[in-house]
Every structure is written in C-alpha cells, then in structure tokens.
Design a protein around this ligand. Structure first.
Ligand SMILES: [Fe+2]
Ligand SMILES: [Fe+2]
Length: 401
C-alpha cells in the first residue's frame, strides 16, 4: 500500500479534535485527554500543538484546522485526509490507528477485559511534569555544585601579631583504654590559655568502633559515651579552634546511619566544619597564608612520613604554604623549598598510644604530638615546631608575655 493510499484509510475526526481543544481549555492534562478520547497521546499532542500555535481554532460550531474548515453540527461528516495533510499529523494518526488495532488483538484482549474490572479510582490524577522536575533538579544541583566547590574553604583573620596554629588529630577518645586523656586535656587547656595560639582538628576524635566486629567487642566504652566525652573536651577550647574535619572513624556513623556527628557537634560549638579536608586563607597582619589539612591522602610512605603531604601539594588543587595529613598516628615535620617558597609539611601523632590493630600489624607505640606552625605578620615567614608545648613557649617570648 502506498503512502497516498494509507492516507486515504486514516480518518480525521473533527468532533474528537474539537473535544480535545475544549478539554485542554478546561485544564485537563494531556494524558487524561488522550485517555478520554481513546486516542494515542502522540496524536493528541499533534492536535494541541496546532491549537496552541494558533493554526487551529473553534468558532461557534466551526472547527478550523490548518487550511481546512469543518462544520461540527454535521455529525455525519467524514473528511478523508488530503494531500495537504502535514507529514507529522499523518504519522500521529497512523500511530493512533496502530494502537487501536493492537487493542483488538486477541492476546491483548485476554489480558485486558474491559468490562470485568473493579471500580478503582486514583485520588491523584495529575501527572508529574518532567520539564518542571528538571527545572527543580537543575536549580538544586547548581547549589550542590557551588557547595562542593566552596564548602571546605574558609577565610580567617587573626590580627597583627604572630600566631601559632596547631594540628590536633586522632584523639580516639574512649574510656578504659590506652588513650592519653590527661595529655589531651592539658593540650586543650594550653591552647585555650595561650594568647595567639589556635588549633585545627584533623578527625578521628572518637574511637567510634561501629564497623569492625572484633574492635566493637574489644571496646570498653560505647560510641555514645565517647561522643559525650568528645563534646566535653571540645568545650575546653572551642573558641580557639579555627576549623575541624572528619576522619574515617567519624565517617562510619555517617556510613551506617547517615548521621554526620562531627558536623552536629561542630555546629553546637560554633566551629567551622568540612568533611575530610579544609583549606584556610589566613590573614596575619596583611600577610596571607594558605593552610590545608585533611585526614587521609594517597601515596603514603612508611620510609618518608611527609611524602603523602608533599604529593598532595603536587597533585592537589591548592598551593598551600602549610599542609597537614593526619590518620597515620606517626608524627612528622619537614620544611622544604618547593616552587620557590618555604613550605611546611607535617603529620600529627595520636593520643591513642596503641590499639589492638596497631599491635597486630606491627606498628610502634606512638606519641600525642601536635605539630604547630608560627606565622608572622607583615612579611611571609613560617617557623615550624614538632610539638605544641615548644611552640607555646616560643609564642609567649615573641609576644613578650
Ligand atoms: Fe586515627
Ligand atoms: Fe583515621
């Protein structure tokens, strides 16, 4: 059968077309119009597109459709499609005809017995508008992209005198364990009481064993008790903490329960927080310093503990002056001239001197060492200290106190 013959078979029903326009004007949704008229939705889209574009209209009992005019009172009227019928319209009518033919197929009729159905009516008959859904998702995602770019960056102004910034990490707070709580408290009190001395918290604040069954059984305090102690500890020097990040032990709670406890505690203590890593633009007396710290990084070396920190500078997206990577519990401090600038790379120790994990895998006992860097105003100058106690003494001398 040629295309021209096919066109002659397809029929254009002006009554249905006019009804689709009326329903559309009443606000009925496209899919509901198609269902009411028992036509394929693609057919109805074609009609309504024409109506919306002004190429079709109803005036009284007259339907104008393209260059054709129909008298709607003449119900017997059947007008075969003509040569000037647009190609798209012919296709829509053909699809409608195919859909109707499919419904007459025995296999279809066995599945769908029209008169043997219970009376089930949906309370919600509106369709979700994909275009509207896309617009909403696009707007939300734009915000998520901006947040992802800026969430870990903070601007800090620290006055016009020399300041010390200390990296405190891997407290692994838990009771009845080999964790130096006394030293942890003393360090927090030292930072709180020393003028110009501030802290960055590098994650793993609590032991929080909820992931590994053996560690969970060996724990002598519950995660709930540990978070309570952590909150008390944070209260000792919250006003001197510039920012804090989360570690892998913190992330377990989020992974299992979707709850970021560090974020929650940081908000409660009005401390800036970012998960996993943070970058601080620090202004000391008009001199800008870029400080980056994160809990973990790739390319670690047991032979060269600061290797991962230097690789972060090399492969990362922030040319920091001072970089710190936590997590390994092995303290280290190194100063280098890289890309023409004096830079400091460090790793904190841990207040958890040992654990069943470190014993089992042959790691040495460690020390609660908090590397600290003193920054000077006016001109770019850095002095690194392996421990916060020495840095505090130096700072007091520099400030004449
Ligand atoms: Fe740790
Ligand atoms: Fe860790």
């Amino acid at each position: 059968m040629s295309r021209r013959e096919k066109r002659a078979v397809s029929k254009f029903d002006p009554q249905l077309v006019a009804e689709s326009f009326r329903l559309f004007d009443e606000g009925v949704k496209l899919m509901d119009i198609a269902a009411k008229l028992d036509k394929a939705h693609t057919t109805v889209i074609g009609w309504l597109d024409k109506y919306r574009d002004g190429d079709a209209s109803i005036e009284g009992s007259t339907l104008r459709y393209g260059n054709r005019i129909y008298d709607l009172d003449d119900v017997e009227q059947e007008v075969p499609l003509t040569e000037d019928t647009p190609k798209g319209e012919w296709l829509n009518d053909e699809m409608g005809a195919m859909e109707q033919a499919a419904k007459r197929f025995p296999a279809y009729r066995e599945q769908v017995v029209e008169n043997d159905r219970p009376d089930v009516r949906p309370q919600w008959t509106g369709d979700d508008d994909p275009a509207e859904l896309w617009r909403m998702a696009e707007k939300k995602n734009e915000r998520a992209v901006t947040k992802a770019i800026h969430r870990s960056k903070f601007d800090v102004k620290l006055g016009n005198d020399p300041v010390g910034i200390c990296f405190v990490s891997d407290q692994h707070i838990s009771a009845q364990n080999s964790v130096c709580l006394k030293r942890m408290r003393e360090d927090a009190e030292l930072i709180a009481s020393t003028d110009g001395l501030f802290a960055c918290l590098g994650g793993d604040g609590v032991d929080n064993h909820v992931k590994h069954r053996s560690a969970l059984l060996a724990a002598r305090s519950t995660p709930g008790d540990q978070w309570l102690l952590y909150e008390y500890y944070m209260g000792l020097f919250a006003h001197k903490i510039l920012a804090m990040i989360s570690g892998n032990h913190d992330a377990w709670t989020e992974g299992f329960a979707g709850l970021d406890m560090v974020n929650w505690i940081a908000k409660k203590n009005r401390i800036c927080y970012a998960p996993a890593e943070a970058h601080l633009n620090v202004d000391v007396g008009g001199c800008d310093y870029l400080i980056s710290f994160r809990h973990q990084y790739r390319m670690n070396s047991s032979f060269n503990e600061t290797h991962a920190v230097k690789q972060w500078l090399r492969h990362g997206d922030t040319p920091f002056d001072v970089g710190c990577v936590c997590h390994h519990h092995t303290p280290a401090m190194e100063e280098c001239l890289i890309m023409g600038e004096h830079r400091i790379f460090c790793r904190p120790g841990s207040y958890q001197i040992t654990s069943s994990h470190s014993r089992q895998y042959g790691y040495n006992l460690t020390t609660p060492t908090c590397p600290t860097v003193v920054f000077y105003p006016g001109e770019r100058r850095l002095v690194g200290f392996y421990s916060v106690q020495d840095a505090a003494k130096w700072l007091k001398i520099e400030l004449g106190k």
